[in-house]
Ligand binder design. Structure first.
Ligand code: SF4
Length: 460
């Protein structure tokens, strides 16, 4: 996820959830298949940070998963949509999405009879529910129906709404995942991994650069397995090759990618990173747990020792590499001993930063069925210990950068102080600098101070 703990549910993935705390409600009409689809929709919305609401009147986002089998399902649908219209008049920020069989079959009718609906999506578009929601919020009502079976659909890059800045863009290289991590909904909702052809990726990157983009982040659930389903000039294209080719696009200053899977990352990726100037010295390598027993239960395909070996390999190949990770606390069956191992591995790895999560079951995943849940108060207490450890390591790593000259790229004015800009190092550390520079400007800065979660600098 980008692998995230929650399983890269959206093309915006590896990124943190974008709607933390917003509430959603899914209303399902029809058969068990629809019930199952609604579980997937719920999993995707939760992966974006949302929490369930029992009643639509409490929800910021309402998804109606429709059915065409019985006529009265139709009547109930339009009756329900009528009541949502009244709620939306009171709260115009509310979003209404209609998916499922009726949406697939009668999309014009839904639009005609319920013009207040924000998103109409078909049965093959369910996995894009978060993207479509983003799109509707940025651009207004959207209808998206693909007629083809999902496996035949060419993976697409982010919609225009995904571009959060003029100088930086995400580029999808694969969708879906062939792994089977037990906490993750991705293999279910996105199906098997499919790679975009290298020529298509490069064309998109060149177009972005022509539009003024100077930084791209290549996205895939497991970028190392890029190309396994492709044949170009008689052989499989490799991720390391793609990285080099993208890095050579003229005008591009920075290339990032997320995420590699620890079990699959190999030397060729480290070599490509070290030898391609535009590729940043930054790696997101999701650990998830330091306990071999829990890693096996998660179906991650590596041990803690193997993970640390891969980390050491990448640090050896890529000088000054910054590393971030994901860790799940309180996976079913996690004992105090398992957790102690996680603390040990985190301490040994000295990640620059970590995305830490408390386990929460995702409907439709195997972990959701597992017994032996860790009590919430135990998870909370362990989580706090981990956060404290990582906070100290991050601060320490930041302090090691004081006095150094690092290349920074300006993101924009600081939210707290307009006289200050926020920039990022190649390692992805946040740097605050006093002054005014346009977003996308790149220059060298001397780091003068370290804080727990950012650095302060002056132009060098
Ligand atoms: S199944 Fe595993 S590797 Fe695949 S997206 Fe989910 S967490 Fe990542």
């Amino acid at each position: 996820m980008t692998e995230t703990l929650l399983g890269m549910p959206s093309l915006r993935t590896r990124r943190e959830p974008t709607r933390p705390g917003l509430r959603y409600h899914v209303r399902t009409y029809g058969c068990q298949m629809n019930e199952h689809d609604s579980e997937r929709i719920a999993g995707l919305l939760e992966a974006d940070g949302m929490v369930p609401a029992d009643d639509p009147s409490d929800a910021d986002v309402v998804v109606v998963n429709t059915c065409t089998i019985r006529e009265n399902a139709d009547q109930r649908l339009y009756g329900f949509l009528g009541s949502l219209r009244r709620l939306k008049q009171e709260r115009p920020g509310m979003r209404i999405l209609v998916g499922g069989c009726t949406a697939q079959k009668d999309r014009e009718l839904v639009r005609e009879r319920a013009g207040w609906v924000d998103v109409v999506f078909g049965t093959h578009n369910l996995h894009r529910v978060v993207d479509l929601l983003d799109h509707a919020e940025e651009w207004g009502p959207v209808t998206e129906i693909w007629e083809e079976p999902r496996s035949e659909v060419e993976p697409v890059s982010g919609l225009p709404a995904h571009r959060e800045s003029a100088h930086s863009a995400w580029v999808t290289i694969t969708v879906g995942c062939n792994n089977s991590c037990t906490f993750c909904i991705v293999p279910v909702v996105r199906g098997p991994e499919r790679s975009r052809r290298p020529g298509d990726v490069l064309r998109e990157v060149r177009e972005l650069v022509a539009e003024g983009v100077v930084e791209v982040t290549l996205l895939g659930q497991n970028v190392n397995s890029y190309g396994r389903d492709l044949e170009v000039n008689g052989r499989r294209p490799l991720f390391a090759e793609l990285l080099r080719r993208v890095g050579e696009v003229e005008g591009l200053r920075r290339v990032r990618f997320t995420s590699p899977h620890p079990k699959d990352i190999r030397e060729d990726v480290g070599e490509a990173m070290a030898e391609t100037e535009a590729v940043c010295e930054q790696l997101h390598l999701p650990l998830q747990s330091g306990s071999d027993r829990i890693l096996a239960a998660m179906h991650r395909g590596y041990t803690a020792e193997r993970f640390l070996g891969k980390l050491e390999m990448m640090r050896r190949l890529v000088p000054d590499l910054s590393v971030s990770t994901d860790v799940i606390v309180g996976f079913p069956g996690e004992t105090e001993e398992d957790f102690a191992r996680t603390l040990e591995v985190v301490a040994e790895a000295r990640f620059d930063t970590a995305f830490m999560f408390q386990f929460s079951p995702r409907p439709g995943t195997r972990a959701a069925e597992m017994e032996d849940r860790v009590p919430a108060e135990v998870v909370q207490e362990r989580f706090e210990r981990l956060v404290e450890l990582q906070r100290a390591i991050t601060f320490e790593r930041n302090r090691e950068r004081v006095g150094r000259i690092l290349e920074v790229m300006v993101e924009g004015p600081s939210k707290r102080d307009p006289a200050v800009v926020t920039a990022r190092t190649r390692g992805n550390q946040i740097v605050h600098l006093r002054g005014v520079w346009a977003p996308g400007t790149v220059f060298d800065a001397r780091i003068v101070r370290a804080a727990p979660h950012h650095l302060e600098g002056v132009p060098a």
